[in-house]
Design a protein around this ligand. Structure first.
Ligand SMILES: [Zn+2]
Length: 235
């Protein structure tokens, strides 16, 4: 009798261990994003929705696209407060990070920047080229555009937040709003040496006018109204 109980208990423990292992393997509660590379700083955020009070240790990995060699890994706690995350109902918003990458010390090449946490690597990556020349042979000049800036605040987004007209969530250093009669949705654009994608429209965005998405309202104020030469990037 005692032996049977012991066996049952052992089986239960084994089952539990297996279930726990399965959960850890299929961990889908981690979510995050690599937002941008500005100078030597790679910015992004990451959180675990089942552990919103705990900040996660993230690792940013830089891989040489040509050789596949990992040239740099930096680990840091993702605990910077970001109002845009909190307003997007992402926990407390304390999940931002900036990681320094010394690009100058790396050989001239194109790199993939990826984000991971423990065993989990996010599918989204960023590209960075250490050569200063933008390697685009297929640029179509569209002329001079007025550029303005918007953010997910109520005033800028008319209550839409990060939701764009194309269905995608607006992403800083990526999303712009355009007049669809001038630039079709999904078009890749080069503005001041940076690549963007036409993902949104806006009531006030007419003709040669591009509205650039930023995370915060202070950045939109800093941008103000400018003029820029705009190119279509043909792929
Ligand atoms: Zn705003």
């Amino acid at each position: 009798m005692k032996k049977t109980r012991l066996l049952a208990a052992t089986l239960l423990v084994m089952l539990f261990t297996m279930l726990n292992a399965a959960c850890a393997f299929a961990n889908t509660t981690l979510n995050g994003h690599l937002d941008s590379i500005e100078g030597n700083a790679v910015a992004g955020w990451l959180w675990d929705s089942t552990n919103p009070e705990v900040s996660q240790m993230i690792t940013v990995t830089v891989t040489d696209k040509a050789t596949g060699e990992i040239v740099c890994t930096e680990t840091k706690e993702a605990n910077e407060y970001r109002a845009d995350l909190e307003s997007a109902d992402i926990g407390t918003g304390n999940y931002g990070f900036h990681v320094g990458i010394e690009w100058d010390t790396l050989p001239e090449s194109s790199y993939t920047v990826s984000l991971s946490c423990g065993e989990v690597t996010l599918p989204q990556t960023l590209s960075y080229s250490t050569s200063t020349e933008v390697a685009h042979n297929n640029l179509i000049p569209l002329g001079t555009f007025k550029t303005t800036a918007y953010c997910p605040c109520y005033q800028c987004s008319e209550g839409w937040g990060r939701q764009t007209s194309s269905g995608a969530l607006a992403t800083a250093d990526y999303t712009v709003a355009v007049d669809k009669r001038v630039i079709p949705m999904g078009t890749k654009l080069l503005i001041n040496g940076k690549e963007y994608v036409a993902q949104d429209v806006g009531g006030g965005v007419k003709g040669n006018h591009i509205d650039i998405y930023f995370n915060t309202h202070s950045e939109t104020r800093e941008h103000g109204v400018r003029n820029a030469e705009v190119f279509i990037i043909q792929s």
